[in-house]
Design a protein around this ligand. Structure first.
Ligand code: KIV
Ligand code: ZN
Length: 503
């Protein structure tokens, strides 16, 4: 079987680290865990779970993923500093398979202006970092940050030195998205052919998409010997994002005639992962995005439709089923019992405790009352809502009434439990959303600014669940709140309350 070949491309997913680093994509611990479980189910090889030293929240998330997610190697990021490495080692302690990923910048511009260090000092720090990391784990990855703008001879030197110090993977980041496929490929070929010890380690590609070349660059690296690609679901990440995992996995699968190498990813979970990451981060996927955009498999023009009907392959190089589309089978309805619901969610990969199951089932019945057909995506949205709840939540929306119309001033009345005290407030606004936000903000005694509101349907149809994702900014902090409901305004109000709880 091709996927069992020893020579394969490892997928190193950094959605929870580099992906989360982009503005507004911060995730809660439960949300990270939910994504990590799905990544494990997709059979990604390595999950970069976070940057433990950067904050207690990051540390706890890496620790919890290490404890609870089985299958992939769990990686933690660390600068080439003892404290960072110790923190990563501590957070990764319970992981069955663990990796410390340490990095230091190697380009002249970064060394001079960011680090204020000479190449010799950087080289020493890199060696030292890898040695310290090796005291804790056997699997150590080293990245010369801004690798593509580094001098090749210095890169060769630093790679040789860290291999000797014990690095098992060398990742060459295109940190600023500057390289081109040809150059990046040449660089891998140069390193593979000139670095002493190159045969014993894995070379890895890590690209940013500033020039829209991240996937092309990563694939060129693979063509030239890279056997790990670092990527994120939906390509989320700093600035223009990182290499999109779905693009790499599907390119290698669809063009195996050209690449002659595969990943071990279960591509049929791509659509679900894309949806989950979109919902959790609130970062919408452009309709024409390769693989996971809503138009990626839509054939609008008559000529194309005619061709596809006659023979699918006239205009379709991949099937929607290969990424798990059309899996949103109608599965349950209002007459489905607790047993049917439980059976379905377990088959979908959820494993709730009794209390969580009861609360999810009650919510399911509420949705089933308003919506005839419940799809897998609806259940995923329902569990995402459950996961967002936390015992430390201070605010709970218990009632809302909104009135609006072409000749009335929009107004809203809400009841909000604040630390168990019921508070009623009303407000008018520029529109119904503005009115309900103002009423909730009054009751909560917080007035954050609304930076972004995204509402998207979970499935098709007029009675579809809507998912609202709201980004608030308050005292320099950005938080995202999310919620779903068959009622758009209710989803929006609940997402606002979720964001306030996260503040
Ligand atoms: O882009 C980058 O250089 C990184 C490193 C930390 C690997 O994300
Ligand atoms: Zn990066």
């Amino acid at each position: 079987m091709e996927n069992q070949d020893k020579d394969y491309v490892r997928i190193f997913d950094t959605t929870l680290r580099d992906g989360e680093q982009c503005p507004g994509a911060a995730m809660s611990e439960n949300e990270k865990l939910e994504i990590a479980h799905l990544l494990a189910k997709m059979k990604v090889d390595i999950i970069e779970a976070g940057f433990p030293v950067s904050s207690p929240v990051q540390f706890q998330a890496v620790e919890r993923i290490s404890r609870e997610v089985d299958g992939p190697v769990i990686a933690g990021l660390a600068r080439a500093m003892q404290g960072d490495i110790e923190s990563a080692a501590k957070a990764l302690k319970s992981a069955r398979k663990k990796r410390i990923h340490t990095f230091i910048a190697s380009s002249p511009i970064h060394m001079k202006h960011k680090l204020g260090k000479k190449p010799d000092e950087v080289l020493k720090m890199a060696i030292e970092a890898v040695k310290i990391a090796r005291d804790f784990v056997e699997d150590v990855e080293f990245s010369p940050e801004d690798g593509t703008r580094s001098e090749w001879e210095f890169l060769r030197e630093i790679c040789e030195a860290v291999i000797e110090a014990g690095a098992t993977t060398i990742n060459v980041p295109d940190t600023v998205g500057y390289t081109t496929p040809e150059k990046y490929g040449e660089l891998f070929s140069f390193l593979k052919n000139n670095v002493r010890g190159a045969d014993g380690i894995i070379f890895s590609a890590h690209c940013h998409n500033d020039l829209g070349l991240a996937t092309a660059n990563s694939l060129s690296a693979v063509k030239n010997g890279a056997r790990q690609v670092e990527c994120t679901i939906n390509g989320i990440g700093e600035r223009a994002g990182n290499t999109a995992m779905e693009e790499v996995a599907m390119a290698l699968r669809t063009r195996k005639d050209f690449f002659s190498i595969a990943t071990r990813i279960d591509t049929t979970l791509i659509a679900r992962a894309s949806h989950l990451v979109k919902t959790i981060t609130g970062m919408v996927v452009q309709p024409n995005k390769a693989i996971v955009g809503s138009n990626a498999f839509a054939h609008e023009s008559g000529i194309h439709q005619d061709g596809v009907i006659k023979n699918r392959e006239t205009y379709e190089i991949m099937t929607p089923q290969s990424i798990g589309l059309e899996s949103n089978r109608m599965i349950l309805g209002r007459h489905s019992g607790r047993a049917g619901f439980k059976d379905r969610i377990i088959r979908m990969g959820y494993n709730p405790g009794q209390e969580e199951l009861e609360s999810a089932y009650t919510r399911f019945l509420e949705i089933a009352d308003k919506k005839k057909e419940i799809f897998d995506e609806d259940i995923a949205a329902l569990f995402a809502d459950e996961n967002r709840k936390s015992k430390t939540d201070r605010f709970l929306l218990t009632y809302f009434h909104i009135s609006t119309g072409s000749t009335t001033v929009p107004s809203a009345t809400i009841k909000l439990k604040v630390d168990d005290v019921q508070i009623e407030e009303s407000s008018t606004g520029d529109g119904p959303v503005d009115a309900v936000f103002k009423a909730i903000a009054k009751a909560a005694h917080i007035s954050p600014e609304l930076s972004k509101l995204v509402i998207s349907p979970v499935t098709e149809g007029q009675d579809a669940l809507a998912e609202a994702s709201v980004t608030l900014s308050h005292k320099g902090k950005l938080v995202v709140g999310k919620a779903s409901s068959t009622d758009i305004l209710e989803a929006t109000a609940l997402s606002f309350v979720n964001a306030l709880n996260r503040l």
